[in-house]
Design a protein around this ligand. Structure first.
Ligand code: IPM
Ligand code: MG
Length: 397
């Protein structure tokens, strides 16, 4: 019984395994990270994406142009819009990232990306893979770094989400068999796990953080999460000055709402899917996913994005201009910091704190009863131009 079905599935699985072995081999070849200081011109690509994305990207571009005015004039930095990373184009080409767009992305050093629509199997659209997931894989952006800060509560978290493996790497290549038997796959590799765990510990060391917490479900997902945890314990030995502990994802989601304990956590490292889920929860405490930026870091490339989606509902209801650009602007600050403009990044973060968290003279609600993204961006520009920004910010600490 079912022998034909099983044979087809085995063949499919064989192909997946072959590709995963090859990927793991590639990961063993270590590359030197790109040194932005050595480049004549840093190419920054700005891809608007779908839905509210282009609205937010336009605001982010304005702010970057303002902060990098001198560097742009001197030819040290070039901002380039990358068109065509849209759901329409992806459907037309049948590819998660149209090849022409991917070529353009690869000519940049860093990318600021707006949200892109990801159809799921229930959509009225072909079930193509997420552009985010495809880009993370195509550019090998293995570390998804997502900070969440709530100064009043002394919360200062940084999540290191593994970004190229886990439940995502074969997320579009599960097997559906007769009778409704469906299988998906989770994959971890030793080099893929080691590099994200090292990135988290290294960050902790360089930023004087004293604790790293791994989050898994190794008590149930024993093989893949089990290996992730085992490697985390091994790598922790190389960082004796940093306290290491581990939690299961279920209790971790509970601990994040435990106000008596949550400020004790500092740096988290976790597999892809748990990282996806936990960072939305964490961002909600800070004011919602519209307020959190995210860095997708690899060795050669880096991409910065909002952690929210493209909000097609807002566009359909004519509310796109009311979308909050803060998340993309936070991503812009992370981009600036990554390419070596720490002071500009810090100023942008301070200004976003003042405008979005403290003063809130121009408040966004996502609806016509609140401000538009344009009004918020103008307020932000004004705040950035204030020579006393530091003092304004310090007042609220
Ligand atoms: C994110 C998003 C993506 C993900 C979606 C859009 C595929 O939720 O960046 O967190 O699941 O990674
Ligand atoms: Mg997510």
């Amino acid at each position: 019984m079912y022998s034909k079905e099983i044979k087809t599935a085995q063949k499919h699985l064989g192909k997946l395994l072959q590709a995963q072995f090859e990927r793991a081999e590639r990961l063993k070849q270590k590359e030197e990270p790109l040194d932005y200081g050595s480049l004549d011109t840093i190419e920054i690509g700005i891809a608007g994406g779908d839905g509210i994305g282009p609205f937010l990207a336009a605001k982010a571009r304005e702010v970057l142009e303002y902060l990098l005015a001198e560097e742009i004039k001197a030819g040290k930095v070039n901002l380039k819009n990358i068109e065509g990373l849209t759901i329409e184009n992806r459907i037309k080409t049948g590819r998660a990232i149209p090849p022409i767009v991917l070529d353009e992305l690869k000519q940049c050093h860093v990318i600021l990306k707006g949200p892109t629509t990801t159809p799921d199997s229930g959509y009225d659209l072909p079930n193509i893979e997420s552009a985010n997931v495809a880009m993370r894989r195509a550019l090998d952006l293995f570390a998804n770094v997502r900070p969440v800060k709530i100064p009043q509560e002394k919360i200062d978290w940084v999540f290191f989400r593994e970004n190229t493996e886990g439940a995502y790497v074969l997320g579009s290549q599960g097997i559906e068999l007769q009778g409704g038997l469906a299988l998906d796959f989770t994959v971890t590799t030793r080099p893929g796990t080691e590099r994200i765990i090292r990135a988290a510990f290294q960050y902790a060391r360089e930023n004087k953080r004293t604790r790293v917490t791994a989050v898994t479900k190794a008590n149930v997902i024993k093989t893949t999460d089990g290996q992730f945890l085992e490697i985390a314990r091994e790598v922790a030995q190389e960082y004796p000055e940093i306290e290491f502990d581990d939690w299961y994802i279920d209790i971790m989601t509970a601990k994040l709402i435990d106000t008596s304990r949550r400020a004790d956590f500092q740096v988290f490292v976790l597999p892809n899917l748990y990282g996806d889920i936990l960072t939305d929860e964490a961002a909600q405490f800070q004011g919602g996913v519209g307020t959190a930026g995210s860095a997708n870091l690899g060795t050669r490339y880096a991409m910065f994005e909002a952690i929210h989606g493209s909000a097609p509902r807002m566009v359909k209801e004519g509310r796109a201009e009311y979308a909050d650009p803060s998340s993309m602007l936070r991503a812009g600050a992370m981009l600036l910091e990554h390419i070596g403009y720490q002071e500009k990044a810090r100023r942008l973060d301070l200004a976003l704190d003042v405008c979005g968290l403290y003063e809130r003279k121009v408040a966004l609600t996502g609806r016509p009863d609140g401000a538009t993204g344009q009004e918020f961006a103008a307020y932000l520009r004004e705040t950035l131009a204030n020579p006393r920004l530091e003092e304004v910010w310090a007042k609220y600490q």
